[in-house]
Design a binder for this molecule. Structure first.
Ligand code: URA
Length: 258
């Protein structure tokens, strides 16, 4: 029998060659532990490739395949931390304060060093994210990703239907019109406002513009993150489901800023 042409021999050999890198090697290089530990993760069924549970021996192309551990994308680098803090009133949202006031970074572990994502006024209470993941922080803080922030505001007086409508449609501030907001009044003098812009003192200025200055302001949600159990001054790490939801919330194409 004649030999097959050389190019066919080459094609058969190259098809038999394993493609991609071993999954445990890829996981280990991304900081998920030693190769042995990563093999155990795979054997325990905690690793998926393109949505399917991976088996030992699986090879992947990390540039193409979507690898997740416990639902967390491989892209999340080791050493990154994500804290959700319930900021009390009177604490400043900076890394250091020239006036010596207590800062939000003093309320969370010193190492690794983390930074607040966006800011809450000194008098504002509620949820604040702190992280050393600069990339995610930039995406969350950037208004083009439109991450919703929800607030409860105690305001002066009972807010009329007309004022609620103005808040919903957008109010004229000195730095321009605000984008449409979700606004309701669950109790007289208490507003629930959801906005996706991050302008300075925005909620306070919006309420003042419609004649109802804010007396107390609490942020109760950042995108998918809520926690009604976290007490003022307490913090906790995000769990993997929350982190995944947060990454998803900022992964889409940036939306147009009005
Ligand atoms: N809007 C405000 O007015 N203050 C905050 O701290 C956050 C949003």
């Amino acid at each position: 029998m004649p030999e097959p042409p050389l190019w066919e021999q080459w094609a058969a050999t190259s098809a038999a060659l394993p493609q991609g890198e071993r999954l445990q090697k890829v996981l280990s290089a991304r900081g998920w532990g030693s190769r042995r530990v990563c093999e155990d993760l795979i054997a325990a069924g905690r690793v998926t490739v393109n949505g399917d549970v991976a088996v030992l021996g699986r090879r992947v192309d990390p540039e193409v395949d979507k690898v997740e551990v416990d639902g967390v994308p491989l892209g999340v680098k080791a050493g990154l931390v994500y804290y959700l803090l319930n900021k009390p009133a009177g604490v400043v949202t900076t890394a250091s304060d020239p006036q010596g006031r207590r800062t939000v970074v003093q309320l969370v572990p010193e190492e690794p060093r983390v930074y607040p994502v966006g800011r809450l006024d000194v008098a504002t209470e509620g949820l604040l994210l702190l992280t050393n993941d600069g990339d995610l922080a930039n995406r969350i803080a950037h208004p083009s990703h439109g991450v919703e922030k929800e607030y409860l505001a105690e305001v002066e007086g009972n807010v009329s239907g007309g004022a609620l409508r103005r808040l919903r449609d957008g109010v004229e501030l000195e730095d321009g019109m605000t984008a449409p907001a979700k606004v309701s009044q669950p109790n007289p003098g208490v507003l629930r406002l959801t906005i996706h812009e991050g302008r300075n003192r925005q909620v306070r200025r919006m309420c003042e513009a419609v004649g109802h200055p804010v007396q107390r302001l609490i942020r109760v949600r950042i995108g998918p993150l809520r926690d009604a159990q976290l007490q003022p001054g307490e913090w906790r790490e995000l769990d993997q489901r929350e982190l995944k939801a947060l990454i998803e919330a900022v992964s889409g194409a940036p939306r147009q800023i009005r």
